[in-house]
Design a protein around this ligand. Sequence first.
Ligand SMILES: Nc1ncnc2c1ncn2[C@@H]1O[C@H](COP(=O)(O)OP(=O)(O)OP(=O)(O)O)[C@@H](O)[C@H]1O
Ligand SMILES: [Mg+2]
Length: 360
Amino acid sequence: MHLSRLKLRDFRNYVRLDAEFGPGCHVLLGNNAQGKTNILEAVYLLATLRSFRGCGGAQMIRQGAKGYFVGGSVVGQGVSEIKAYWSPRERKLSLNERPIRRLADYFGVLRAVVFCSEDLALVKGPAQGRRRFLDLLLAQTVPGYLTLLMRYAKALRSRNALLKQALIDLVELDGFTLELVQAGEALIAARREFVPALAPRVQSAFRRIAAESDALSLHYQPGVAGDFAVTLSQSRTRERALKTTVVGPHRDDLTLLVNDRAAAPFTSEGQKRTLAIALKLAQAEHLADVHGTPPLLLIDDVMGELDARRRAAFVPLLQHSFRAGGQVFMTCTEENWPRQLGCELQRWKVEQGHLARGAE
Ligand SMILES: Nc1ncnc2c1ncn2[C@@H]1O[C@H](COP(=O)(O)OP(=O)(O)OP(=O)(O)O)[C@@H](O)[C@H]1O
Ligand SMILES: [Mg+2]
């Protein structure tokens, strides 16, 4: 799978960009604040309809413009044309000129894994980031998961809106509760099955890059102890007082332990970074295994920050990607690539919102 064409209009600092890319490894070189990460952000947006910087649509519109457009051609089994337009008033998403109404019909056209400084929040930050990591990977690999997740989110929104009212219609509440429990139990089951399957991959990536004495373990930590329906009914008084649903898989977490202690408070910055990279390496390897083709790898400035050992951990993944006809985009301010990459680099120069082919 690769992105053969990228078209941007009024996206971040790009007035317009039309670029064509082959498979292989593309290096985006440029000084700070020129628009390197913005390109990775646009590619990731095509894959997931989200920014990996955690910001909303409005921030991605070029200052002074009304809306942004990001389009791309994806070569996989056939060619898919994706077009996404976003403005505060209007959102349009199409696949091969057909409007997309159900997100589940769109997901999977382009699969990408990003390595960026924000990954550190997977270890340091709140549970939400780890839930998103799990949900994205499950949505990218388990048919029906995204639909389930959206059903749960909708039931949760409706139920919480109802709990905020002064007079609560109990029949309506029962209806939302039933839907919440049905979708929620299926989510819990999927996550409970998935985490132990993912754990060995993360552990193996971690072993390759961490100090030898460090041992990592990962556990699914459900936001419901016991039966969801029962726990929910037991929480009635508390949820009335707080006016929100207080138990459920929207409170799930993924526990990360290094040497049997919680990773966030007890590890060094370097260990946290190693763990974050291990999670992402595992994500990329899992996607490649399940689908038989490697995902796009978007590597933002990461290499500059890593020591030789951790850089070397990327090499098997990159080489597998090259052999399988995959595609990699990486940004850097100066070329600091390990020689052992063993692939031809296609160099691009990024300068003030313009992309140009660089010297071979
Ligand atoms: N909505 C926007 N409209 C116009 N310009 C924007 C917008 N959002 C960001 N920018 C500009 O984009 C530039 C930053 O782009 P980007 O983050 O891609 O830089 P970079 O090349 O990755 O730099 P670094 O090496 O520092 O990471 C900045 O000049 C910033 O002002
Ligand atoms: Mg950047």
